[in-house]
Write a protein that binds this ligand. Sequence first.
Ligand SMILES: Nc1ncnc2c1ncn2[C@@H]1O[C@H](COP(=O)(O)OP(=O)(O)O)[C@@H](O)[C@H]1O
Ligand SMILES: N[C@@H](CCOP(=O)(O)O)C(=O)O
Length: 327
Amino acid sequence: MAVFTDVSTQQAQALLDTLALGELQALKGITAGIENTNYFVTTARDGEPHEYVLTIFERLSFEQLPFYLELMRHLARKGVPVPAPQPDAQDRILHTIAGKPAAVVDKLRGGHQLAPDQFHCEQVGAGLARMHLAGQDFPLHQDNLRGLPWWRETVPVVLPHLTPEQAALLQAELAFQEQLAPSAAALPRGPIHADLFRDNVMFDGLPGRERLSGFFDFYFAGVDSFLFDLCVCLNDWCIDLDSGRLDEQRATAFVKAYESVRPLTGAEHRLLPGLLRAAALRFWISRLWDFHLPREASLLKPHDPTHFERVLRERIAKPWHALESLP
Ligand SMILES: Nc1ncnc2c1ncn2[C@@H]1O[C@H](COP(=O)(O)OP(=O)(O)O)[C@@H](O)[C@H]1O
Ligand SMILES: N[C@@H](CCOP(=O)(O)O)C(=O)O
C-alpha cells in the first residue's frame, strides 16, 4: 500500500481550484508504486469528466523537483506521450499539499503490458528514441542520481548483508564499471528516464492491437548516456523474467525500432554489452539497498534483489551485441 500521506477531499479541491481543473468527483489512493503517494483524481469541468493523477512526493524535495516536472512539461510540449503537469495561473507546476511537494498530471489511458511481445517492444523502442531526441534541448541539468557515484557510496553499505559469492560479484562488477566509466562518459547523452520498466509505460487499445499511450514516473530521470537508458529497458522489456535471460528476438526488435529513430553510434554498439551489465548492477544495488535498509515509512514488500543478480550474471556470461545497422 503506497499511500504515505492522506489527502482530504477539501485539500484536493483547494488544489484543483488553484489549477482551475473543476469540481472533484472522486479521489482514490493508488496502491501500486513504492516512492510516492499517488491518487487518481476525477473532476467535472464544462460538463465533462477529466482524469488526473495527484502525486505527493515523499522523498524528493522542493529543490529537486523542478528538473523532473519541467522535463515532463518539455517532453509533453514536444509531443512525446508523457503526463503533462498542470499549471496554476502563474504557470507554476510544483504545488504543496500537507506541507509536502505535490503535482497534478494528466492520467494516461490504458494499462500496463506486463508480458510484452515484439510489437510492444518496438513501440517502446521507437518512443524511447523520440524521447531522447526531444530532450536534447532541455535546458535544466541534473546528473543521474543513481549513477556511478551512488553505486560507489552504496556498495559498501549493502556488502555486509551479502554472501561471500555475492559480495565478490558486486565488488568485481563495480571495478569493471569503474574501468568502463571514461568510455561510457563519452557516449551521446542527455536527459534519460532511467527507470522505464514495464510498470512505467501505458498501452491503450484492444487486446493484440495496443498502442503506446505514454511513459510516466520520471522521478529517477537525470542526465546520462542514452545507451544506459536503452539498456535499462532491454533488461526489463526483453528478458525472460524467471531466468533473467535476454530474449534475442524482442531485444533485436527493440533496438531496431530505436535505431529507426536514432541510429546508435559505433561506440554505442561496442559498449552495449558493458552497459547492459551497468543497468543490471544499478537495479541490483538499489534493490539490495531497499531490501536490507528499508525506509521507516515504507510498509511495502521490497522488490526481489536476486532478480537483478541473475540478470547481471546472465549479462556477464553471455554478452549481447545488437547487429550494427547498415549505413
Ligand atoms: N500519469 C499516470 N497515468 C496513469 N496512471 C498512473 C500515472 N501515474 C501513476 N499512475 C498509476 O499509479 C501507479 C503508481 O505510480 P508510480 O509512479 O509507479 O508510483 P511510485 O512513484 O510510488 O513508484 C502506476 O503503476 C500507475 O498504475
Ligand atoms: N523499477 C525499479 C523500482 C522503481 O520503482 P517504481 O515503482 O518507482 O518504478 C525496480 O524494479 O527495481
